[in-house]
Structures are given as structure tokens and as C-alpha cells.
Design a protein around this ligand. Structure first.
Ligand code: ZN
Length: 544
């Protein structure tokens, strides 16, 4: 299991550049700012998953457990999807301010037929469609930490690499020196940008890796208890070991090897760009997407996720070894964009008989059609499916009022629906200031509400109802709910020489930017979060 990252690193490393660039600075008082910020997001790394596996880690994640550990970090908002989640991590703002209210939302002003806009695209590009889009940062309304560092000192460099474009864009922000994501076939960036040699080497190494068939990975002994089949329709999951045929790009994406590849590219960029060795501190954001693809494809309680946890731990360990060899004093933070919980079929077998798939009667198309019939209005009436629901812009003001009232009444009567809030109700709710686990559903909705982009109505499902109507290969489990299994993620800070501690009470992902800002002696006005004191004793890293 330890072979993929070293293989790629061997391909990538430029020996002359891999040599030590600086001698580590001995901890002094007050400690000088680190030279490099390393921010890792593990997509769908739920607090529950971290809790389940933390005693099994022996590699990079085991090392990070010696840092400042916040096992109950919150993506506090209701819309616990990848794009909103990543938009909080390095901005310090809730999605209500980042403007990233979902992975996709409806904008009835756009010219395209389906009116669906993707969070990290520029829909104004001529000829672009929802399925064939141009990646862009235009929807992100606030600066990232990297942008703030560049504003303070233009010599700071910002790099963002990820398995998904939306992770790379939302963590990198608007001013990135290098931004690379996997497009399903290879690593790409914005049009017109040069391909650094290390990225080309990554492309070549990954292409060769994908072309070869993959034997099943070894099953760690502690995974054996999970090695049981779960039948979903006409196929089975739960016992997979990531064997794949040569050339299977989809299987590669949902495998530990895709995380190892992103880490190898990140390590290569750190070496080649000499990140952390310049006049000003640099930042690299790394989005590891495999945990999410594996969760969606196989759930959280099979051999697949168990192997992934073991491989992720080792791959991060290999990456940290490369970082250490540069001699750069780096501050690392690791967190996630949202949590998840296991697939419905296995949950039912595991003492959760109330788990259910969403009923088609909750879908806005059905609800809208019924309202249209009753009120004698032609046309779709409601747009969307679940979550954010939009009133058709063709409705008259009088029709809008009647349709909205009728929609609220009908949704509230459905047994799977926890709440149906109007945009006006959500907008009138103050941003909560209490600990995130105490927030009401309306307050959670408020934190991911943007009056310009959110629906006219927000429909929230009851806990343990999944938005997957009918599971199929690659999509058996998901997240996106306002419930804590989707909101809670670990947040871990680690720096060489730092004294570790654990704080089990809740903190938030919006706290990361003011915390890192303090470490960098950088004020971060306008953030929603607060600085977390990373010193377990009387000293206070927030005072600078
Ligand atoms: Zn995600």
C-alpha cells in the first residue's frame, strides 16, 4: 500500500531541486512566522470517519494527531456540499458571504436552456453549457488567505491543486500562481497558462499508471471485520480492493492512487517553485478528492473506505517526508469540506431501520405540477429538485404569492420534510453567534443563504433521509444535509516544534483563516470565524 506515492515521487522529483533549501529555524520566543502554509482538504472526511480510524493511523495522519486537534470542526451551514464547504476553508467566511450556496444553483437570467449554473464556472462564456463549462473563480465573492497574503506582500506565492476544479478554485481564490485540477483525463489549468515541467511529469506518470491494470490492494488486518457484501439492486459493494482494468479513468478517480497523484504533484511544485524559500511566506492548498468519490461509490463502512483510510494516511506521510526534506518551516492545517454518513442499504442492516431514500413526491417537479394543476397555472411553476427551489420567473406577482404559500403548505405536509423556509424568512434571520451545534435549522440555512442566488424556498429533509432517490453504480451514498453527520469534520493544525493538544468542543472551518492569519502576523478583517489559540499553555498565538 505504500508504493504508489513513492513511485510517483521518484518520477517527479528533480534531484537538484530536492536538496535542502534552508535550515530549519529553532523555535524561539516569539516564534517567527512560518514560511509556508500547507492547507489540505480531504473531501468528505467526516468527523465520524476520523473518529473511527484515528487509532489506526501510523503515517502522516498519525503525525498530525500530535498537533492541535479539533475533532469536532463544523462546516456550520445547511448546504453541506463540496463547493460551499471548500469556499469556507480558506476565506474564513460562511457561504452566505462567499456566495457559494451550493455546487449548482438556478439562475433564470442565463441564456442556457436548463438555467443551472455551476459554482466554479463562467456561464457567460459563449457556447458553454452546464456539462461543458469554463472553469472560473468569478462566483467567489470574498478573498482567500492566499489573496490576503499577496496583498500584504506581493512576493507571496499561492498554489492550489486538487482532484476537483471546485476544490482548487475555492481554496486558491482569484490570484493564483499555479492552479491545477483533474478534469477526468489529466491535470489542467486556466486557458493560456504555461505547463510547468513538474506538472507535465505528473501527467505522464499518471497516464502510465492509469494505462496499467491494477491488482487488488492488500487488505489491512483491521479492515477484515468490514469485509462483507451489501447488495444494491443487481450489484454488490463492500468488499472492493480497487482492482481496475488498464485505462479505467473512472476507477482511478475513485481510488487511493488519485490522492497520491495530487500529493505527488503538490510535492513536485513545492520543490520546483522552492515554496517557502522566498522573501515572503507562500501558500499551497491541496484538495484530496478520492475519499469523496469512494464514499459516494461504496459508502463508508466497507473494505473500500477502510483501505482508503490506510492509503491516505501513508500518502500524506510520504508527502510530509518530502516537505521535511526541503527544510522549510511550514504550518499545516488539514480539514474537510463536509462529512457524510453510510449508504441507506447498509444503514438499515446496522441498527438504523429508519434510513430511507428520498421519495419522488418531494421533488419540485411533482410538487410544482400539482400546484400548477390546482391553481390553473400552465408551465413548470417550480424550478429545482430538492433543497433550493425557485419560482418560475414567468409567474405574475399575484401568482408568485399564491404558489409560494401553496408550496410551503404542501412541503410541510410531506413526511420526509423537516422544514420549508421562504427566502424572506431566512433573510430575516440574524447570523448566529452561538456554538454551531446549537444552531436552529433556520440559522444553518441562514449561513448558506445568498439573496441573489438562493432559492425562493429552501426544503430541508429530515435526518436519515438521503437525497439519493435510487442508488446506482458510483452513487450509493451522499451528503448535503443540515444534520451533524454532514456538518462535522476534523480540523488539525500541525507545525514542527508545536506542543499538541486536543479540544473536543466545537470550532468552525471559518476559524481556520483568522488562526493562520495570527500565525502569519496577518490581520484578517471581515472573516466570520475567530482565531483559535494554538498554544496549549498561557501563551496565546492569537495575540500579535
Ligand atoms: Zn465534497
Amino acid at each position: 500500500m505504500k508504493r504508489i506515492l513513492p513511485l510517483l515521487l521518484a518520477t517527479l522529483a528533480t534531484p537538484a531541486l530536492a536538496q535542502t533549501q534552508a535550515t530549519p529555524t529553532a523555535p524561539a520566543s516569539p516564534r517567527p512566522a512560518p514560511k509556508l502554509i500547507v492547507a489540505i482538504s480531504v473531501d468528505q472526511f467526516a468527523a465520524d470517519l476520523f473518529q473511527q480510524y484515528r487509532n489506526r493511523y501510523t503515517g502522516g495522519l498519525a503525525r498530525l494527531l500530535g498537533g492541535a486537534v479539533f475533532p469536532s470542526g463544523y462546516q456550520s451551514h445547511a448546504a453541506t456540499e463540496t463547493c460551499p464547504g471548500h469556499s469556507t476553508i480558506l476565506t474564513g467566511n460562511h457561504p452566505a458571504k462567499t456566495g457559494i450556496i451550493a455546487n449548482n444553483w438556478i439562475d433564470q437570467r442565463v441564456g442556457r436552456a436548463d438555467k443551472v449554473v455551476y459554482c466554479s464556472e463562467d456561464e457567460s462564456v459563449t457556447g458553454s453549457t452546464h456539462d461543458s463549462y469554463t472553469v472560473s473563480d468569478i462566483h467567489l465573492k470574498v478573498p482567500t488567505l492566499g489573496e490576503r497574503m499577496k496583498a500584504a506582500n506581493p512576493a507571496s506565492r499561492v498554489v492550489s491543486v486538487a482532484g476537483k476544479d471546485r476544490a482548487a478554485v475555492m481554496m486558491g481564490g482569484h490570484k493564483v500562481d499555479e492552479l491545477w485540477w483533474w478534469d477526468g483525463k489529466t491535470y489542467v489549468t486556466y486557458a493560456g497558462r504555461a505547463v510547468p515541467p513538474v506538472v507535465q511529469r505528473t501527467r505522464d506518470a499518471v497516464a502510465a499508471l492509469v494505462a496499467r491494470p491494477q491488482e487488488p490492494l492488500a487488505l489491512p488486518g483491521w479492515c477484515k471485520g468490514l469485509d462483507r457484501p451489501i447488495t444494491i439492486g443487481n450489484y454488490t459493494v463492500g468488499q472492493g480492493r480497487f482492482a481496475r482494468a488498464g485505462g479505467d479513468l473512472k476507477a482511478f478517480r475513485a481510488s487511493p492512487a488519485s490522492d497520491a497523484a495530487v500529493l505527488a504533484m503538490a510535492a513536485g511544485l513545492i520543490q520546483d517553485m522552492k515554496l517557502g524559500a522566498g522573501a515572503a511566506p507562500d501558500l499551497i492548498a491541496i484538495g484530496l478528492s478520492a475519499t469523496d468519490y469512494i464514499g459516494h461509490s461504496f459508502g463508508t463502512q466497507g473494505t473500500e473506505m477502510c483501505i482508503q483510510q490506510a492509503e491516505l494516511d501513508q500518502a500524506i506521510g510520504g508527502f510530509l517526508d518530502v516537505l521535511d526534506a526541503t527544510g522549510v518551516d511550514y504550518q499545516l492545517v488539514l480539514t474537510a469540506d463536509h462529512g457524510a454518513h453510510d449508504m441507506t442499504e447498509r444503514q438499515i442492516e446496522r441498527a438504523m431501520p429508519m434510513e430511507s431514500h428520498i421519495d419522488p413526491q418531494v421533488n419540485a417537479k411533482q410538487v410544482g405540477a400539482a400546484i400548477g394543476r390546482d391553481l390553473g397555472i400552465a408551465g413548470p411553476v417550480l424550478l429545482g429538485s430538492e433543497g433550493d427551489i425557485y419560482l418560475d420567473k414567468a409567474l405574475t406577482p399575484a401568482q408568485r404569492t399564491r404558489v409560494l404559500a401553496e408550496a410551503v403548505r404542501r412541503y410541510a405536509a410531506l413526511p420526509q420534510v423537516a422544514a420549508a423556509f421562504t427566502a424572506r424568512e431566512i433573510a430575516a434571520t440574524p447570523m448566529p453567534t452561538s456554538p454551531p451545534e446549537t444552531w436552529t435549522l433556520l440559522e444553518r440555512a441562514r449561513a448558506s443563504f445568498d439573496p441573489d442566488r438562493s432559492g425562493d424556498l429552501l426544503v430541508l429533509l429530515k435526518a436519515r433521509v438521503t437525497t439519493i432517490e435510487k442508488p446506482g453504480p458510483g452513487y450509493v451514498e451522499t451528503h448535503g444535509s443540515p444534520w451533524d453527520y454532514d456538518r462535522r469534520v476534523p480540523i488539525v493544525f500541525w507545525r514542527k516544534g508545536q506542543t499538541g493538544f486536543e479540544q473536543p468542543l466545537s470550532v468552525e472551518t471559518v476559524d481556520i483563516v483568522p488562526t493562520l492569519g495570527a500565525v502569519l502576523n496577518l490581520k484578517t478583517p471581515g472573516v466570520d470565524g475567530r482565531c483559535l489559540d494554538l498554544d496549549p499553555g498561557p501563551a496565546d498565538t492569537c495575540k500579535f
